[in-house]
Design a protein around this ligand. Sequence first.
Ligand code: 5FX
Length: 526
Amino acid sequence: MEERTFLSLDLSTQQLKGVVVSDKLEILNKASVNFHTDLPEFRTHGGVIIDKTNPHYITAPSIMWVKGLDMLLDRLTMEGVDFSKIASVSGSAQQHGSVYWVRGINNTLGNLDSKEFLHVQLATSFALSNSPVWMDSTTTEQCRELEKAVGGPTKLAEITGSRAYERFTGSQIAKIYHNKPDTYNRTERISLVSSFLCSLFLGKIAPIDISDGSGMNLMDIHTKEWNQTLLDACGPDLAEKLGHPVPSNTNLGPISNYFVERYDFKPDCKVIACTGDNPASLMGMRLDKDWIAVSLGTSDTVFLWLSEPTVVLNGHVLCNPIDKDAYMALLCFKNGSMTRERIRNNCCEGSWDTFNHLLDSTPRGNFGHIGLYFDTQEILPFLRGDYRFNKTGPVNKFTSLEVEVRAVIEGQFIAKRAYAEDFGFKFDKDTKILATGGASVNKSILQVLSDVFNAPVFVQEAADSAMLGAAYQAKYGLVGGSYNALLSSLPDPELACQPYSDAAEVYGPMVNRYRSIIKELVKCCK
Ligand code: 5FX
């Protein structure tokens, strides 16, 4: 029998990436399209457009993502991919963003001409040309309305797994309905970015999966159905616009003819539901109870497997993409790699080597300095701007570049530990950290992570856990069975760093100091 392969795509903030894996789930080919550099005509910065008059208003052109798909498949072809061997396709995408399709969209998606580019044929298919993305924070008013509709933030967290967050899709849809009623009325279907990507492959609107769907403040995470009170609080006829949510490993049927004719996929290649990048990362990382995952990307996230949902006001409980009766905990920090890069550019002329050298040459604890850097409105804590402290109090500037370099990395990891503890995660001698995302290849950064958490840090061979998780999902959705058994032949994660013996002594007090600083700052900024 000819060997079958699997394809997955990750539509992240800054790029669209694709990977083909073998039946044994080994990586065979990869390619990527960077929105900023490969598609400059859309004039994004890092894949997004920040509004000139309102820096909280952040979107991405939906059609840019469409154009990226044809480009990526062409690049995979150049890499030697034989699409006729692909048995199934799945994908992951940045969470929370929403895509607004015009009426008649199923007809357009089902009749695409394989001789034309997708972006030419779908140019008029969006009722809103720029999709609001997870970095947007313009919906505070709608958030309060949503919480009010069900009796407050705690009640909303009990139902949906999260209190209202500006980037979550419910408040974003409510804003469109209130500010642009014509756009809302012209919209036949609303997709998440993941189900949008899936719809292109499927040739009709794909359902939202329950895992990404639980990042909308609209779904009851216990029943996995939309909550009608919350839908009504956002806009009329929303249930029809969203469609029915499905388990994340659902086999949705054969790939659209467009891909069969244009790229030579087999007509019986199957499309498996796509999900959010954080749930997909959970799939790519195979966590069990002593593990905590830290993903270092455009956003930094921390997540863990949960058997039961808990109610938290800082953080999220999402439906688990592997086991539909389980959950996952998620903490999201908006200012991740772009902020690290800003400090690298300011202090080290853009060189990671210099950055790492400075980081390695400053002591743990940074002489009592703490730095907090929020380029865009942070989620945890809800702050924006730079804040620097020496041993005695706030300062405008640090005395040296190396202090600034260590401050950005320590500040980011101390925040992660503090919020993970608040979530109820207990750190003990068995705790292990699995690091992923772009910055997980940087050993100097991982050493600080290990010290701040006082736990060993492990990495997987490939840093792209979301894209790999979606590739595993492509196979899992097709063949079923036990997820762990499916992945059993993959290598175990490798130990990257161990904490120094003084780590607990240095960072325990710093985490407490961080909590007091944040309390004061949040009070002042209210
Ligand atoms: C999670 O809640 C987030 O908002 C981010 O991690 C996005 O998914 C980034 F793509």
